[in-house]
Design a protein around this ligand. Structure first.
Ligand code: SD4
Length: 337
């Protein structure tokens, strides 16, 4: 529910029109839980998260369990079944943040099935925030994680072989069958995008916020390249006083504006989640409109009142919203272009 004081703040700022129509349809929220996540895979991920949230479980447990579903999916865009880097090796990045502002991240992690859980262990069992590469893998193994075989999934193997034909390395929108390799993000003929990431943010029954983000990074990236997803304030940010946000798309553009930190700080100033996401997208556009036109970036956010919103550069980004057993729906994000 938009609290009266909050609504007045929004009206003063002249931005009530930016709140998603879906939000106004939502029943009065009170202190009820909500989980949202990026792309259509978010529906299955939300289902798992909702199992926890609906039983008054913690948001941090929900956002971990939720994205593990996507990491597990064979032939999906996230996790060990995903596209490799340009050297043919799948490397994974993930981050997680709880209601106390604790954070854990891993980057360039190989052969481990659930980077999100390794990120949580970094948060809970080490004095650090981020572990990368070999060190992250060593830590995971010491925590009992299995070192999986280094083998591409059939879908990734096919894509990789296709990509090798041209080895095009340009992080711009690739229109399907345009002759470029399948370097992300690709816009398909039906207007949707491929993607390599799931980001999730949740509010639990106790009123606490948490978030998670996990990815194989952009397909066929340079070896050693790390995107926004494991970087706190870029791909994920949670402030329990205000709200939580996560990002997807070309990570370089998100990192350069500290995207999700910006979204949360804009919500702190009174903007709705959707208006805050839009302002962050606008920042990217203003910096380099020509480049922005060729890229995809999407933000999703929730605030402490349980309102949700999203905004992206190009049409074709969607996010899944769940706040009841029978309400887990995919919403098309409004876009700049
Ligand atoms: C990255 N942001 O590594 C990720 C990619 C992504 O859907 O979101 N793909 O830059």
């Amino acid at each position: 529910m938009i609290k009266r004081r909050y609504f007045l703040q929004l009206s003063t700022l002249g931005i009530t029109g930016l709140v998603s129509p879906e939000f106004f349809r939502a029943p009065q929220r009170g202190n009820r839980p909500i989980v949202i996540s990026t792309w259509k895979e978010g529906i299955a991920a939300n289902n798992a998260a909702w199992q926890i949230l609906s039983k008054k479980g913690r948001a941090i447990d929900a956002v971990e369990a939720g994205v593990m579903v996507t990491e597990n999916a064979i032939n999906c865009c996230v996790g060990l079944g995903a596209n490799p880097d340009r050297d043919g090796i799948v490397t994974l990045d993930a981050s997680i943040m709880d209601e106390k502002g604790n954070a854990g991240c891993v980057a360039a992690l190989e052969r481990i099935k659930h980077p999100i859980t390794v990120a949580r262990r970094v948060m809970e069992k080490t004095p650090h925030v981020m572990l990368v590469g070999e060190g992250a893998q060593k830590f995971a193994v010491s925590e009992g994680f299995t070192l999986e075989e280094q083998k591409l999934s059939p879908a990734a193997d096919k894509q990789y072989k296709e990509w090798l034909k041209t080895s095009t390395y340009k992080p711009v929108i690739n229109i399907e069958n345009s002759g470029h390799g399948p370097f992300a993000p690709t816009r398909f003929k039906d207007g949707t995008f491929n993607h390599d990431t799931i980001g999730m943010v949740a509010l639990d029954a106790a009123g606490n916020l948490s978030g998670s983000c996990t990815t194989s990074g952009m397909g066929f990236k340079m070896r050693g390249r790390v995107g926004d997803s494991p970087i706190i304030g870029a791909g994920l940010f949670v402030d329990n006083e205000v709200g939580a946000a996560t990002a997807t798309g070309v990570g370089e553009e998100v990192i350069k504006i500290c995207g999700t930190h910006l979204v949360v700080e804009l919500m702190r100033q009174g903007l709705s989640p959707q208006a805050a996401c839009k302002k962050a997208v606008e920042r990217i556009v203003k910096k380099d409109p020509k480049k922005a036109k060729e890229n995809q970036v999407g933000f999703i956010a929730i605030n402490k009142a349980g309102q949700h919103g999203a905004f992206c550069l190009q049409k074709g980004f969607n996010y899944a919203v769940c706040y009841a057993n029978d309400h887990n729906v995919l919403i098309d994000s409004p876009s700049w272009y």
